[in-house]
Design a protein around this ligand. Structure first.
Ligand code: FES
Ligand code: FES
Length: 238
């Protein structure tokens, strides 16, 4: 009996008391309400993770979708996730209102690709606004998750884990060498990100999904002459 007008954000904050997901503009403009939605793709047998504005997502649209909020990836009381820790240690959070949304956008990116490029990082964070910190410390901190390919052979630099070197370290050294400026953070203090330790897609949801797909409906053109499929009927696929 879900109210068809209820959004995911209202449900999380009012019904579940999960207030880590923030309400800012309520119209998809600020990204403070970002959560991660995970859906199983039957055609590719893979999971896809999306950073979504919960203020715009109707609760009824989330059938067989797993929702991950900022509380679900880590906390000060338990243990911070590297995405949460790095934004804090790189001074990327002041009032903190935008921070859960930025954390979840970055987390969704890492769940899809544990070694993203700087371009994809900027793209994933483009829907998140921050009014007080400024974007430099946020991007600098998260730059440590990214990798860059440097030579024509396609080899990565080799001064980091997994034969990859973070763009952040490289630029930090360059800036320090030029100006003698104090770096924003010491990347050596950061906990490594281990994609194998992330929460898995709920197995119960997976079995519900398989049952649902077996009994789903599709449009079939039964007369075969109508180009716009006006004379269609439902047919059971199984
Ligand atoms: S509250 Fe601003 S995008 Fe949802
Ligand atoms: S830390 Fe205040 S809005 Fe981003």
């Amino acid at each position: 009996q879900v109210d068809p007008e209820m959004t995911l954000l209202t449900y999380l904050r009012r019904k579940l008391g999960l207030t880590g997901t923030k309400l800012g503009c309520a119209e998809g403009g600020c990204g403070a309400c970002t959560v991660m939605l995970s859906r199983y793709q039957t055609d590719t047998n893979q999971l896809q993770h999306h950073a979504v504005n919960a203020c715009l997502a109707p609760l009824c649209s989330l059938h067989l979708v797993a929702v991950t909020t900022v509380e679900g990836i880590g906390s000060v009381a338990r243990k911070l996730h590297p995405v949460q820790e790095r934004i804090a240690l790189s001074h990327g959070s002041q009032c903190g209102f935008c921070t859960p949304g930025i954390v979840m956008s970055m987390y969704a990116l890492l769940r899809n690709n544990p070694t993203p490029t700087m371009e994809s990082q900027c793209f994933f964070l483009s829907g998140n606004l921050c009014r007080c910190t400024g974007y430099r410390p946020i991007l600098e901190g998260y730059r440590t998750f990214t990798v860059v390919s440097t030579d024509s052979n396609g080899c990565c630099l080799t001064n980091g884990s997994a034969a990859e070197r973070s763009l952040g370290e490289e630029e930090e050294e360059e800036v320090r060498g030029r100006s003698g400026a104090t770096p924003l953070f010491n990347a050596a203090e950061f906990k490594p990100f281990d994609p194998t330790q992330e929460v898995i897609f709920p197995p119960e949801l997976m079995s519900c999904f398989e049952a649902f797909v077996l009994h789903s409906y599709c449009f079939v053109d039964t007369c075969g002459v109508c180009p716009r499929l006006m004379h269609t009927s439902y047919m059971l696929t199984s």
